[in-house]
Design a protein around this ligand. Structure first.
Ligand code: BJW
Length: 235
């Protein structure tokens, strides 16, 4: 960023690419998650109604896997920025892993939910969850066997949209990291941010669907680009 003296409020959007170097599959790359399971088979409420075992197995497998993964230098750098940046900052992540938090970031919003909660469709409680759901355990709050992963599927409303738009309205800088720009509403944030007057920067392995919408787009692995950018920001 050529001049950062007028930047106080930052919104950072992260996607699967920020966790790729921790060994968590992305969604749309060759060999990515959707190749092994068609998105319609696992990430819609209709799929869950049609074949709950398939969906619960898919999420149980991923919940178990993320607990064996570690934050990488991109998560660590964002956590450092969160600790040291004196202005407003919000890390809006589409990721359902907890690697931002495990790296030490605090100002994190999970717009697509989290693997580490179970959501009871009977009583609406969210309970911390590390085990499996395929065995249909009872909800710790109400005892009903009606738990599902607390993630946002296609056709469902992402979480905390009001808080995200409020942060975008105040943002001087919007940074998108490791996301393909294929899924809305997150893919539209760059336009929203621009319309609201923020500068925009993309950090991604390669050009994404929306690269042309950013003021600046840098290509390379997040574990390199993000620490470099954070160093620039913190001077
Ligand atoms: C690296 C890297 C490295 C790799 N370093 N980079 C038609 C038009 C427009 C919209 C719609 C439409 N039809 C339907 C819709 C809406 C729909 C949608 O967007 N569909 C699209 C398919 C078009 N959206 C929804 O239904 C959403 N809800 C909604 O819209 O509600 C109404 C609403 C209206 C108005 C306002 C608000 C709401 C809900 C979307 C839910 C998405 N859920 C999932 C699953 C979550 C649970 C789970 O994890 O299983 O979220 S889908 C999946 O995609 C997951 C991700 O968060 C999301 C985004 O994926 P992401 O993170 O971008 O991953 P990839 O793999 O696509 O990209 C990785 C990138 O990283 C690549 O670019 C790589 O190059 C890069 N990379 N290695 C840096 N080392």
């Amino acid at each position: 960023m050529a001049d950062r003296s007028d930047i106080r409020n930052i919104v950072i959007l992260t996607g699967a690419g920020v966790s790729a170097e921790s060994g968590i599959d992305t969604f749309r790359a060759e060999g990515g998650l959707w190749e092994q399971h068609r998105v319609e088979d696992v990430a819609t409420p209709e799929a869950f109604a049609r074949d709950p075992e398939l969906v619960l197995r898919f999420y149980d497998m991923r919940r178990e896997a993320i607990q064996t993964k570690q934050p990488n230098p991109a998560h660590e750098a964002l956590a450092r920025l969160d600790r040291e940046w004196e202005g407003e900052l919000l890390i809006v992540t589409q990721n359902v892993d907890d690697l931002h938090e495990r790296a030490g970031a605090r100002r994190v919003l999970h717009m697509h939910g989290t693997h580490l909660n179970a959501w009871c469709t009977a009583c609406d409680a969210r309970s911390p969850w590390r085990g499996t759901l395929i065995d249909r355990p009872a909800c710790p709050e109400c005892g009903e066997k009606a738990l599902r992963p607390d993630v946002v599927w296609f056709g469902e409303m992402p979480y905390e949209m009001d808080r995200i738009f409020s942060a975008l309205r105040e943002a001087d800088l919007f940074v998108s990291i490791g996301t393909s720009g294929a899924v809305y509403p997150a893919a539209g944030f760059v336009r929203n941010a621009r319309d609201l007057g923020a500068r925009t920067l993309e950090l991604n392995l390669e050009a994404s669907q929306g690269s042309h919408l950013f003021d600046e787009s840098r290509h390379g692995p997040a574990s390199v680009l993000v620490p470099e950018w954070v160093d620039e920001m913190l001077g």
